[in-house]
Design a binder for this molecule. Structure first.
Ligand SMILES: NC(=O)c1ccc[n+]([C@@H]2O[C@H](COP(=O)([O-])OP(=O)(O)OC[C@H]3O[C@@H](n4cnc5c(N)ncnc54)[C@H](OP(=O)(O)O)[C@@H]3O)[C@@H](O)[C@H]2O)c1
Length: 234
């Protein structure tokens, strides 16, 4: 891959992907964009802030290389106020709005922001990290209402976008990714339920995800893919 690569979200998975991509792909200029500076080539960025999106647009515009790859690795399962719901009575409007804001609205507005930089005749990849729990078909245990619904909404938004971009940007590929359960802040409170061999290091998850992105072709655009390359039901 050759050109500018933006990894959005300087958390466990995003930072690792930025580090690995810059080692693996000599011709990529990899920039990590987020709220915490975890990587040398870093742009301060808040994906939920419209001024920050505008600022990102200006930085891409000023960058000498063509945009080649965008990976969205932001997301939120819990925060000081947000707790994954175990039952209906835990649900409230504020939690639903917070979860949808970061897990579905922000990623599609990111895609809207970078769209003007997609080359018509050169390969371009946009990957966004979803989660298997966003699968409606695979929902066997319930709970986590707002996170599940927000990731399902992200999936639907990007499925629609993949159909639009296939007409307008035939070389563009959109991939919705499930990274496995990964040892990061996001999963920390829930790791005791995960068998040791099923808890991936960020390094392992990053390797899987980079491999998937590199192997995706335009005809695959709009698929929801797990770390092992398997398709996840919607
Ligand atoms: N870890 C897992 O087991 C797992 C499983 C399935 C899916 N995922 C998905 O994988 C993705 C990456 O998560 P992770 O495991 O790497 O968790 P993480 O370490 O918590 O990283 C998430 C990152 O998103 C950033 N973020 C949140 N709101 C933001 C905003 N408004 N602007 C910019 N950045 C923002 C956070 O920044 P701050 O630190 O500044 O808040 C954090 O760096 C998420 O989409 C998550 O849903 C993870």
């Amino acid at each position: 891959m050759k050109g500018l690569a933006l990894v959005i979200g300087s958390g466990g998975i995003g930072t690792q992907i930025a580090e690995d991509l810059s080692l693996l792909e000599n011709e990529l200029d990899v920039v990590l964009c987020g709220r915490k500076k975890n990587f040398s080539n870093f742009w301060e960025f808040d994906i939920e802030d419209k001024f920050s999106l505008e600022n990102l647009r200006n930085k891409i515009y000023d960058h000498p290389k063509n945009l080649r790859l965008v990976i969205n690795a932001t997301g939120r399962l819990h925060s000081e106020t947000l707790k994954p719901e175990k039952r209906l009575q835990h649900l409230n409007k504020e939690n639903l709005i917070e979860s949808f804001s970061i897990n579905s609205i922000a990623p599609i507005l990111l895609a809207k922001t970078i769209e003007e930089f997609i080359p018509k005749d050169i390969s371009f990849n946009f990957a966004t990290i979803s989660a298997r729990v966003g699968s409606i078909g695979d929902n066997k245990t319930g709970g986590w209402y707002s996170y599940r619904a927000a990731k399902a909404a992200q999936n639907q938004l990007f499925k629609s976008l993949s159909i639009e971009w296939a007409r307008r940007f035939p070389k563009a590929v959109i991939t919705l990714l499930h990274p496995g359960t990964v040892n990061t802040n996001l999963s920390k409170p829930f790791q005791r339920f995960v068998p040791e061999n099923k808890l991936f290091s960020p390094e392992k998850a990053s390797n899987f995800l980079i491999d998937i992105i590199k192997n995706q072709k335009p005809l695959d655009s709009g698929s929801f893919v797990a770390w092992d390359g398997s398709q996840i039901p919607w």
